[in-house]
Design a binder for this molecule. Structure first.
Ligand code: ATP
Length: 337
């Protein structure tokens, strides 16, 4: 695919990532107001300095006596650590507006490889919009997304090679059987037939779909569709998996086996970013979490730092706001018949 040159990155004002809990003192570097810059800075060797051009003076100058040669001490060099870039995902200043609704507002996010990252927020917070922009499905108004260093919107071919996606409301080819669907997903990723067959077998076993592989996807339950879609997203063994609500409609036993697969994948260096409304699941499963509301990132970082001793649900409510008011609904206490 041709690089997209229509989406010039715009650097906006400094991002803010955390709304600090009122009165809560935080340790340094727990949740930064801006994710640390961890992209490797290639320290180029200094250019050889050109001999300075000396402007000719009007009158000849008497030659100064030669000074004794100073003993050259080695220049004092501040060691520059070469930081290897391990950022699986780097999001800077991502913004998307729909008319006068700012769905995503200057979002920054940095995720290191091997992290199991949860993304939570109330309905309409901007999770799906953010994930769609991260995965190249929705063009941002501004901002930069890099997957293992490759710009998703300028270099989509490279960026998407290392990406597996479960988008929101994915429509599957439901006139295919489960096996055909997975084979198709593998073929799209240019895997050879033998590799695909082997992986389909493994994925079907892992996701509990072995006995459903020969059935049409149109006959699958919602949870089974979710599982086969996650399996398809993983078939090419991507470096980064972005899953929008992967556990919606998935029963707890199946969810546990999917989580076990994802954990193993993350332990081996893969990176998972998933959105969910299940605070318990995120708290039990993820190493790090981001909380978004009204398009703004309210907190992002290692789970323990974001939680600050509270449960995720409590932190979520503190940061994103409490439940809606129930006053004025007295009519619900009488019945229409
Ligand atoms: N295509 C669209 N056109 C207009 N507005 C949109 C569109 N997509 C999203 N929005 C708006 O952007 C905001 C963020 O929506 P988004 O779907 O990203 O939220 P979400 O956090 O994923 O919500 P949920 O948890 O309910 O799925 C909402 O106000 C929504 O109405």
């Amino acid at each position: 695919m041709e690089p997209d040159r229509d989406a010039p990155p715009r650097k906006g004002p400094g991002g803010r990532t955390v709304a600090a809990r009122p009165g809560a003192a935080r340790g340094a570097g727990t949740i930064s107001s801006r994710p640390p810059e961890q992209v490797a800075v290639a320290v180029a060797p200094p250019e050889p300095t050109a001999t300075p051009t000396v402007a000719p003076t009007a009158a000849p100058v008497a030659k100064a006596p030669k000074r004794p040669k100073a003993v050259r001490r080695p220049a004092r060099v501040t060691p520059q650590p070469v930081i290897a870039s391990t950022a699986a995902l780097s999001v800077r200043n991502l913004t998307k507006r729909f008319g006068n609704v700012t769905a995503v507002d200057s979002v920054d996010l940095e995720i290191q490889a091997g992290t199991f990252y949860g993304f939570v927020g109330p309905n309409g917070a901007g999770k799906t919009t953010t994930l769609a922009m991260i995965t190249g499905l929705l063009r941002p108004d501004s901002g930069v997304v890099r997957i293992h260093g490759a710009d998703v919107w300028r270099n989509p071919g490279v960026a998407k090679r290392s990406l597996g996606v479960l988008p929101d409301n994915l429509r599957l080819f439901d006139r295919l059987t489960g096996a055909e669907f997975l084979h198709h997903a593998g073929a799209l990723r240019r895997l050879d037939k033998e590799t695909i067959t082997h992986r389909v077998d493994d994925l079907a076993a892992g996701f509990g779909l072995r006995h459903s592989l020969d059935r049409f996807i149109s006959d699958y339950s919602a949870g089974m569709m979710k599982k086969i879609a996650i399996a398809a997203a993983m078939i090419h063994s991507p470096r980064l998996l972005v899953l929008d609500e992967p556990f919606e409609s998935v029963d707890p036993v199946s969810a546990a086996s999917v989580i076990a697969i994802l954990k193993k994948y993350a332990e081996a260096g893969g990176t998972v970013l998933l959105s969910s409304h299940s605070m318990g699941l995120i708290e039990r499963t993820c190493d790090a979490v981001a909380i978004i509301a009204n398009g703004r990132m309210l907190a992002a970082g290692p789970l323990a730092d974001v939680l600050d001793g509270e449960s995720l649900e409590t932190r979520f409510v503190e940061l994103a706001g409490g439940a809606g008011a129930v006053e004025g609904m007295e009519w619900l206490q009488s019945y229409s018949d």
